[in-house]
Design a protein around this ligand. Structure first.
Ligand code: PMP
Length: 316
């Protein structure tokens, strides 16, 4: 779908996966005027196709479009395009328990500009791919390294929106950590360098004495849809949940730590390395709270439990 600045979105069309034709002067290539989203479609035992809270992705994209001076996209157009893309690729949705269809919507400034200005034209496109588990070994504890030199985002920056430019800087630290055998990197705040923010592509939670805490949203971390769902779900499971500043020392002293995201779902953290200290959680086993919340969430996402929260959109 295309839209000119200040104009209306045109009609979308389905086409086979292929390259986009784009001007070398496109704002997305020169100034990073681009946003993306990520969500999943699951196939159930009785052959229903389920999406998890897709309107949340639409609203996050709209908030990002405002931050990046890009045209908004109506929620209905977003949902319709996602539905069409999934239904046209139904055969690629893995059987229950074998994965999901990952859906990647992109909103990019494809119009050419020489000076620093919003693009005169925008493209909204979706591609999909079947996926298995994000981390090798499925629900297996991962090892994180705290990064205390590089930061993912600063106050007033773009950490709170899913803009493409947030991700390339993460590659350097992620590759360095992976090279040392860690699964991923945990970032600290850019002001005091001591409050926990998030992992490269997921949010983080800690459990202490059965109370759950996660860093609050203050514009420097992505408002994860899984994060929001886990806060709500944990509350409905009887846990006390706090969204508040989390000092890295508190995290190291936690009983349990886990990450959340569309790709990772709920993933226990087995160890955190901070400078010269390596803290192990649960003796390398999957923590009880992470396990309970993983099951509660995936049962809803995969249509095995009643959708009491009204989170599921079923496609026919
Ligand atoms: N933080 C970052 C930086 C991410 O890229 C993601 C993945 N979208 C998340 C957190 C988790 O967000 P969600 O639960 O919406 O996938």
């Amino acid at each position: 779908m295309k839209c000119t600045l200040g104009g209306e979105w045109g009609k979308g069309k389905l086409q086979p996966f292929g390259n986009l034709e784009i001007s070398p002067a496109a704002a997305v290539l020169n100034y990073g005027q681009g946003l993306f989203e990520g969500l999943k479609a699951y196939r159930t035992e009785d052959e229903r196709i389920l999406l998890f809270r897709p309107e949340e992705n639409a609203m996050r994209l709209i908030a990002g479009a405002d931050r990046m001076s890009m045209p908004s996209l109506p929620v209905d157009s977003f949902l319709h395009a996602v539905e069409q893309a999934v239904l046209a690729n139904k055969r690629w949705i893995p059987p229950p328990g074998k994965g999901s269809l990952y859906i990647r919507p992109l909103l990019i400034g494809t119009g050419g500009v020489l000076g620093l200005n919003p693009a005169p034209e925008y493209t909204f496109v979706i591609y999909v791919s079947p996926v298995g588990c994000y981390f090798k070994g499925g629900l297996a504890p991962i090892d994180l390294q705290v990064e205390s030199f590089y930061h993912r985002a600063g106050p007033g920056g773009t950490g709170g929106v899913k803009t493409i430019g947030n991700y390339a800087p993460v590659l350097k630290t992620q590759l360095k950590a992976k090279g040392k055998g860690y699964s991923d990197v945990l970032y600290l705040d850019a002001v005091e360098n001591k409050y926990v923010e998030e992992v490269s592509s997921c949010n983080i939670f800690m459990v202490k004495d059965n109370v759950i805490s996660t860093p609050e949203l203050k514009g420097t971390i992505l408002p994860g849809i899984t994060r929001k769902s886990i806060v709500e779900l944990a509350g409905s499971c009887g846990y006390e949940v706090f969204e508040r500043p989390v000092d890295v020392e508190e995290l190291l002293a936690a009983d349990e730590v886990f990450c959340t995201g569309t790709a990772v779902v709920v993933n226990p953290v087995g160890s955190i390395t901070y400078e010269s200290r390596r803290i192990k959680y649960n003796g390398g086993e999957v923590g009880e709270v992470a396990k309970e919340l993983y099951e509660a969430l995936t049962n809803i996402q995969m249509g095995r439990a009643e959708d009491k929260m009204g989170w599921i959109v079923e496609l026919n």
